[in-house]
Design a protein around this ligand. Sequence first.
Ligand code: KG4
Ligand code: ZN
Length: 344
Amino acid sequence: MTLVLGIESSCDETAVALVTADRRVLAERIASQEAEHRPFGGVVPELAARAHAERIAPMVEAVLAETGLSLNDVDAIAATAGPGLVGGVMVGLVTGKALAFAAGKPLWGINHLEGHALSPRLVDPDLAFPYLLLLVSGGHCQLIAVEGVGRYRRLATTIDDAAGEAFDKVAKMLGLGFPGGPAVENAAQHGDPKAVPLPRPLVGSGEPHFSFAGLKTAVLRAVQSGLHGPADIAASFQAAVTDCLADRTRLAIRAMPEATALVVAGGVAANGAVRAALKQVASAHALPFLAPPLRLCTDNAAMIAWAAQERIAAGLSPEPDPQARPRWPLDPAAEAVRGAGVKA
Ligand code: KG4
Ligand code: ZN
């Protein structure tokens, strides 16, 4: 049974996991850096890299100790090679290289987005290609046709902010703290989603992409007007984002009639309102809807180990000596979109 040790360090989660080819996560550690970054209201790259460097080796030891296994029992090491904050990516990748060299095992440099894209198959053996993936996180907002291992077609991306980024910025405007997504969702529970009229950028448009900058500015104006309380603003904002995600997903489903399922991944997939709306969109198109468990939606190492397992099972070979890549699109053929583009 092939066993892969996965390492993730591309943003503010340090994570290590041991995953088998038959979808068992034997052991897993995830250390969040929320406490380090909270005083700054966002992720500080230098602090992140240092925190990864301090934590990663003991976490590798911990997952091995918990399972009673040694590096000799592992068949391959998989580390995120990008996209992400390059200092953090380097910490994980260099650790992976050192372990692979010491144990004489192959090293897979994994695209973090591929980890998210394939993660639903770790929990659902019946999920068949091709499926439509909505990847919504702090750095990404994309609709991707997942056609096979290593075969991804980007159908839509954001022309300005990612959805999670918008949640984080709105949380900051409302003084709700960091990370913003869960804080906005909590505040929204006590608010009226119809209280504040907010725009739904690109909704109804034939252009497939996302845009959240105009919505964010409208929220800022609502905050400054002093006419609305934070709960109503949070609820109205969440409803607007949800409408945008649902509408753009509808358009993508129409562009991909061969899809076997609608799958959502990334941190924003933790949001209850977003999940409910997407479930409805899927069922209106008679598509199964899949949302991996929350621990697999946000950044983790099991999805990195699993992506390597998928590549091994597909008969692919690891790229020799992978380098850290701050930018690494899943679909190299996708054209740049207007606007600032997606952050790594
Ligand atoms: O996938 P992830 O853990 O990290 C990357 O960005 O790669 O996603 C984190 C993002 C943050 O922007 C966070 O605010 C957002 O996901 N998020 C949420 C919720 N939980 C996390 N957004 C809305 N509602 C939530 N419950
Ligand atoms: Zn991520």
